[in-house]
Design a protein around this ligand. Sequence first.
Ligand code: SF4
Ligand code: SF4
Length: 483
Amino acid sequence: MPNTLLMPQKRSRSAIHTSENFVEERIEGAGDTFLVSFLDGYLFYSPRANVSMILNEFGASTVRKYFRKEALLPNEQSLVDHLASQGVFQITEGRQETFPNPSTRWAPTSATFSNTQKCTLRCKYCYAEGGRLEDLDIPWTVAKAAIDLIVKNATVQQVNPSISFLGEGEATASWSVFQKIIEYFKEQCSLHSLTPTVSLSTNGVFSPTRLDYIAENCTHLTFSLDGVRDVHNENRVLPNGGGSFDRIIATMKGLEERGKTYDIRSTVTAAGSSTLAEFVLFVGENLQCKSIHFEPVFDVTGVTNLQGQIDRIDAQTFVDHFREARRVAAGFGIELYYSGAATKHRETFCGASNASTFLVTSRGIVTSCNEVLQPSDPRAKLFQYGEWNQEAGEFIVDQEAIDRLGRLNVHEMPKCQGCIAKYNCAGDCYAKSASVSSSGDPAAAGYTERCHITRELLKDNLLIGLISKLAAVGKPDQAPHSC
Ligand code: SF4
Ligand code: SF4
């Protein structure tokens, strides 16, 4: 699909239009097509048609006139004809994704195990309160039943099943349970001629004697590493209060020696936000990692028993330093990621919608959200939709709860309707929105600092996409397709 650069000819800025205190960036009469001030001109973005372009003042006013069905001057008509020939004016409105009745289709082929509450760290901002609960491990009957269920569904649906480890603690801290789950899953996949995928999100603090097993059995690895040594060690501490940075780096290097690739997931605190570029430089110079996911810290003190204060991050500071870090990352071929600003089209933010995520906790609770794990969480009613029933010997899911989760999509979020990031952010993390909304309803939440970050970084990503396309057009074997 076309992406076009029509470079600006004169400086101009337009204000964000809001109605009823909601952002309104759609072009009048153009459905879900957006036009916002950007750099010295305007960014035109039609996410559903996968079209973006930079327009100057003349281009922007012409496009607005066209969609308002006003009479056009000859030079305006000429521009419109050109853009139309590029497929720019496909008007798109309403839903694209179909949302089947969730209660008739819940048949997961992947499971996430929160297999233990034990943890080798005591991170100060931890949403899961790892190591500070009851040190429960998931009962084997529950874990086995979850594997049996997804393998059965995968066989029927003719897809490959997958399992992930993420949740209340450090998955490897309960080593025998961790291994048993993987072994049984692989055995069942082999029996049914399926290809298993195993993903592990880890804090990286485990014995080096486990490296061989992890390298051999985990398909995808994600390490939590928050920044340069001092920044990381401020929050991600061992039970004795000592920093964990050096332990994690040693683990990463051990996996690199075994030929394993991995990603980094970095929680950015207020204190750490100004050191993103320094951190990326460290990774580029010392590690082989090529993907870093930055996410601002979120204050979970309202939904957990954690004490103390988690300082909120300043949105513009995060954006400024993300941009600076991106320039450093480019020199090492490292990709930076922030969850709200992905250019991929989506109408739901994550697997919490439609109960797509089948996460089983150490208590046998079934939840759709990776962060809403305890029955005491005020958001449990929204995200937890089932539990293991020992007598029945199966997971019993609540159809009403699944139906409620089916309404977690961008079309149900009033604040998002006119936002340029509507089909990329899709309403942002519903658990975070639920915790800042006074009613606990994600749809009722107002704008957060994450909205500013998302909108700014999305514009950057769209521009990078345009520049990449232009670079491709410049290659001799590529036919030009834009002006
Ligand atoms: S709702 Fe938020 S915390 Fe929960 S799974 Fe989705 S993105 Fe993660
Ligand atoms: S949550 Fe995302 S889509 Fe909604 S207003 Fe904020 S940035 Fe825009």
